[in-house]
Design a protein around this ligand. Structure first.
Ligand code: AHR
Length: 515
């Protein structure tokens, strides 16, 4: 359960994208240059993924609530389903997390009433297994999202992982495909994304191993899984334990798995434990730094093994998480973090970072989708949308295509952990002429005016403006109370100039065209 520590300060000048121009102005005015031909890479829609773990009330009492008047005849909560659909979740990871390291998928198939209840050791509950492979994969189909299954490489075996692929993806003719058919699913689902265990470098993990032991063990599982279905993509468990030698773990694991793994998984949770707004708002600089380091490790591994196919980064758990955690966090109603406006702004800066590293970050899953450190929060009679829902919704429904390289001139502030930090955090997505600019103004008290200058191109005259903001950085939402929300307006551009004043403590999306 990593909490990202401040290991060393990160200078913004080290970051790959965007570039900060020299000569920062002291006033709260800024300049951003962009050019449709200056590209970072293609934005993979799978960066708008999410995660559903058997943990607290994420599954039971969250997406699945048998007997509730809010659920359909299969037990899925209709209100939650709608809120997830509105988030445009592109990839949904399941069943864990830590839970996956002692999950035996065969417990969760067949008639629901005959499935075994098991003691669940990751989070200290009894797992009924009423929600299993069929319930999850049918749900992903209903949502129109890609499923991503995390195999048990903790207490599980090679056979078990291989046979899960066969059960889900193999067309017909084997005992397992017949069993699938008997359980109500003649056709395979086609699960393309498979995790090779979860956080295996963490001592908190069941089946925790050294990097060498994990690499050797996982290589055999990976071979058998790909021989069962060569089309699948495998996600290796990179390090998430930043107190240890995380760079060394990633290097060793990739040396074993290059040629088999398609992604390196990393996790990052951040928080505002010291109640230092400006430091907390700079957390995405740590994400960028870790992304660059991991990219370097991937590149050096692939240099040693030039025939191995590309490996990309999967930030397959990320979020703000610091209040509802600790050793005593076990049992049914746990990890129910309540989010405020500053958390929502950090979420927007993380999404900006995924776009600004679009060439290497190809998967990201916010952890998690409902109730447990989540944008959607339920009770027996309804739900509300937490503050962090809104930036994710705006990004996931709008920011696609090519990530553009920006040149940003922004006023800065001094942060204790990160040194000089720009007040502005920006990304740009360009698809078929449509331009989306995502701008976080980290300034708590002042607006910042930005002059966008298009090079070799022109803006449309009208830009839609969607602003996520609230009365105060500590404002929260609740049942029947929406303090933090999206406000819509519009603004005008002229030729290659677009000037807009971004409100204090805000995330704003500007949408128009650039051609
Ligand atoms: O998302 C909550 C937990 O955080 C996950 O189970 C684990 O992978 C991580 O430590």
């Amino acid at each position: 359960m990593p909490f990202q520590p401040s290991r060393r300060s990160v200078s913004t000048a080290l970051l790959g994208a965007p570039f900060l121009l020299k000569g920062q102005p002291s006033s709260n005015r800024s300049r951003v240059k962009l050019d449709p031909e200056r590209k970072i890479g293609e934005i993979d829609p799978k960066i708008y993924g999410n995660f559903a773990e058997h943990l607290g009330r994420c599954i039971y009492g969250g997406i699945f609530d048998e007997g509730s008047s809010l659920s359909d005849s299969n037990g899925y909560r209709r209100d939650v389903e709608k809120a997830i659909k509105d988030l445009n979740v592109t990839l949904l990871r399941w069943p864990g997390g830590n839970f996956s390291s002692n999950y035996h998928w065969r417990d969760g198939i067949g008639p629901r009433d005959q499935r075994p209840a098991r003691l669940e050791l990751a989070w200290g509950t009894i797992e009924s297994n009423r929600f299993g492979t069929h319930e999850f994969l049918n749900y992903a189909e209903m949502l129109g999202t890609e499923p991503y299954l995390c195999a048990n490489l903790g207490t599980g075996t090679w056979d078990e992982a291989q046979q899960w692929v066969e059960y889900c993806n193999y067309p017909e003719g084997t005992a397992l495909t017949k069993q699938r058919e008997k359980n109500g699913r003649p056709k395979p689902w086609r699960v393309d994304y498979w995790g090779l265990g979860n956080e295996m470098d963490g001592p908190w993990q069941m089946g925790h191993r050294t990097a060498d032991d994990y690499g050797k063990f996982t290589l055999e599982a990976a071979k058998m899984m790909k021989w069962t279905d060569p089309k699948i993509k495998l996600i290796a468990a990179g390090s998430s334990n930043y107190n240890a030698d995380w760079v060394g773990w990633n290097r060793t694991v990739l040396q074993y798995l290059a040629g088999h793994a398609d992604y390196l998984s990393m996790h990052l949770y951040v928080g505002n434990r010291k109640n230092d707004y400006y430091d907390f708002l700079a957390s995405s600089l740590d994400l960028a730094d870790k992304t660059k380091t991991a990219e370097g490790i991937i590149r050096s591994t692939l240099t040693e093994d030039p025939k191995a196919p590309a490996i990309h980064i999967a930030w397959d758990e990320w979020n703000v998480w610091y209040r509802a955690r600790g050793d005593k966090q076990r049992g049914r109603r746990i990890l129910e973090e309540k989010y405020n406006l500053e958390d929502a702004l950090v979420i927007a800066t993380f999404l900006n970072t995924f776009i600004n590293y679009a060439h290497i970050v190809k998967i990201a899953n916010m952890a998690q989708i409902v109730n447990v450190i989540a944008p959607i929060f339920t009770n027996e009679t309804g739900l509300y949308l937490q503050t962090i829902y809104y930036p994710l919704q705006l990004f996931a429904n709008n920011s696609f295509g090519t990530a553009l390289q920006l040149e940003i001139e922004s006023p800065t502030y001094e942060s204790q952990r990160f040194g000089k930090v720009p007040y502005l955090d920006i990304s740009a997505a360009h698809k078929d002429g449509t331009l989306v600019l995502n701008v976080v103004n980290r300034h708590r008290d002042q607006g910042v005016e930005v002059a966008f200058e298009a090079q070799e191109s022109k803006f449309s005259s009208n830009f839609e403006v969607s602003e996520v903001n609230g009365p105060d950085i500590k404002s929260e939402n609740d049942f029947g109370v929406t303090n933090v929300k999206v406000t819509k307006k519009s603004t005008q551009a002229s030729g290659n100039r677009l000037t807009y004043r971004f409100a204090p403590h805000s995330y704003t999306m500007l949408k128009g065209t650039l051609s």
